[in-house]
Design a protein around this ligand. Structure first.
Ligand code: SAM
Length: 219
C-alpha cells in the first residue's frame, strides 16, 4: 500500500479500521508488556487510535508514527488538545500531554528520532501491509528496537481468497518467520471473531480469527 492509498482513505473518511472502542486484546494483555514508570509505548502506523488514549491512561507515554496529517490532527482535536508542533528530520512532530505523534513515513524513521523503544503496540499495522512490505516493515521495526524490547502484536487470519486486504491475513507461520530469529514468541490469545466483526462477513469472509502475540527481543 503506497502513501497515496492511505491519504485517500483519510481524505474520504474510509477508515473502517478505526475502532470506536479500545481493543479488548490490548486491555487483556497490556500488562504483559511490563511497562514501568516513565515508560513510553511506540505505536507504529497509529492512525487516530483510541488505544493510544487507553495506553496513556495506564500512566505511560505514547509515541506514534502516522503518514496522514488528517489522522494526527483529528487525534488531538478529538481529545481537545492543542499540540506543540515542530519539524524534525522530515517529520512533523506533534506533542501534547503524554502523546508524541510523528507525522511521516514509518520507513524513514531513524533511531535518532525514536530513541530505542522498549515497548511496541502493533494493532492493524503489520496486517495493514501487503506481503512484500510486511517483511520490510519488520526489518525496519527491528532496526529501531533494543534487546529486551517487547511487542504486543495483534494479527488476523482468514482465507485470503475470500477477501482482498487490508487488513491482510498473517498466518502463525508468517509471524514466526518474521520474528523467530530475534525474538521469544508467545501466543497470548487466539479467538474466532467473525461474529463481532460483521463488516468482514459483508466483505465475504466465512471465518476470521484474531491472535495476540507477545514478542520479546533476545539479548
Ligand atoms: C489500518 S490503519 C490502522 C491504524 C491504527 N493502528 C488503528 O488501530 O486504528 C493503518 C494506518 O497506517 C498508516 N500508514 C500506512 N503506511 C504508513 C507508513 N509507511 N508510515 C506511517 N503510517 C502509515 C495509515 O495512514 C493508516 O492510518
Amino acid at each position: 500500500m503506497e502513501p497515496d492509498f492511505w491519504h485517500e482513505r483519510w481524505h474520504s473518511n474510509q477508515i473502517a479500521f478505526h475502532q470506536d472502542e479500545v481493543n479488548p486484546f490490548l486491555r487483556a494483555h497490556f500488562g504483559r508488556l511490563h511497562t514501568g514508570a516513565g515508560a513510553s509505548v511506540f505505536v507504529p502506523l497509529c492512525g487516530k487510535s483510541l488505544d493510544m488514549v487507553w495506553i496513556a491512561d495506564q500512566g505511560v507515554g505514547v509515541t506514534g508514527v502516522e503518514l496522514s496529517p488528517r489522522a494526527v490532527e483529528a487525534f488531538f482535536a478529538e481529545r481537545g488538545l492543542t499540540p506543540q508542533r515542530r519539524t524534525q528530520s522530515g517529520f512533523e512532530e506533534y506533542v501534547a500531554g503524554p502523546y508524541r505523534l510523528l507525522c511521516g513515513d514509518f520507513f524513514a524513521l531513524s533511531p535518532a528520532l525514536l530513541p530505542a523503544p522498549m515497548f511496541v503496540y502493533d494493532r492493524a499495522s503489520l496486517v495493514a501491509l501487503p506481503q512484500p512490505m510486511r517483511r520490510r516493515y519488520v526489518v525496519h521495526l527491528c532496526s529501531l528496537l533494543s534487546p529486551g524490547a517487547r511487542i504486543l502484536l495483534v494479527t488476523f487470519e482468514y482465507d485470503q481468497a475470500q477477501m482482498d486486504g487490508p487488513p491482510f491475513a498473517v498466518s502463525d507461520v508468517e509471524v514466526r518467520a518474521h520474528y523467530d530469529e530475534g525474538f521469544e514468541i508467545e501466543r497470548l490469545a487466539r479467538e474466532d471473531v467473525i461474529e463481532r466483526e460483521p463488516r468482514f462477513r459483508e466483505r465475504g469472509l466465512s471465518a476470521l480469527t484474531e491472535s495476540t502475540w507477545l514478542l520479546t527481543r533476545r539479548p
